[in-house]
Ligand binder design. Structure first.
Ligand SMILES: Cc1cc2nc3c(=O)[nH]c(=O)nc-3n(C[C@H](O)[C@H](O)[C@H](O)COP(=O)(O)O)c2cc1C
Length: 177
């Protein structure tokens, strides 16, 4: 049976790299489901992920079409691996503190599969001690939080916080399948 990879996309400029991740995993024959935060939809239209994954994209906790079901639980159960890419400082902070106020964070809360988190943000945000404490807390609770690359960021700064290359992300995901 096809393995299911659940991809959570949060609202960072590196969202576009998640498109390649989804594209590659779909090409390799996996079932790929995508959840986008509201902020992520400011960067990329859900239609792009829908077209790449061949699945509807989940964008809203209270979608009237699905009001009657508990999609977050179904997705959490279906996932063989759950990947958050890119992971914003905000989403990391919310997960680390048990906040479940949207579809992505609520589904993470219900997850039983390995959860892989790929942070991406400005260097100053990444080096913020609260963010680093949140990452340590997530690791302590069994989440797989990856490092970042060093290089030129979208804001023009040079430093850490850059999302890993999509090829590396795909390789890491496949080690869990
Ligand atoms: C142009 C732009 C780029 C951004 N890039 C990032 C980013 O790379 N990483 C990050 O943590 N936040 C970034 N943000 C801020 C997030 O969008 C903001 O914190 C948002 O609340 C995140 O929501 P979410 O975590 O629910 O997706 C950016 C904001 C803007 C306007």
């Amino acid at each position: 049976m096809k393995k299911t990879i659940l991809i959570g996309v949060s609202g960072g400029i590196a969202c576009y790299k998640a498109i390649e991740v989804v594209n590659q995993l779909k090409k390799e024959g996996y079932n790929v489901e995508v959840i986008m935060t509201r902020a992520a939809q400011e960067f990329i239209a859900p239609l792009t992920f829908k077209t790449m994954s061949h699945n509807p994209v989940i964008t809203d906790m209270f979608d009237p079409v699905r009001e009657w079901d508990t999609k977050h639980i179904d997705l959490a159960k279906a996932a063989d691996v759950f990947v958050i890419v890119p992971a914003t400082a905000n989403i990391i902070g919310k997960i680390a503190n048990g906040i479940a106020d949207d579809m992505l964070t609520t589904t993470v809360m219900a997850a039983r599969s390995p959860v892989l988190i790929f942070p991406a943000m400005n260097t100053f945000m990444y080096e913020n001690t609260i963010l680093q404490e949140n990452i340590e807390k997530l690791k302590k609770h069994g989440y797989h939080v990856y490092g970042t690359a060093k290089g030129e960021l979208a804001c023009g700064d040079i430093g850490t916080g850059k999302l890993l290359d999509w090829q590396e992300i795909v390789k890491e995901i496949k080690t869990f399948l």
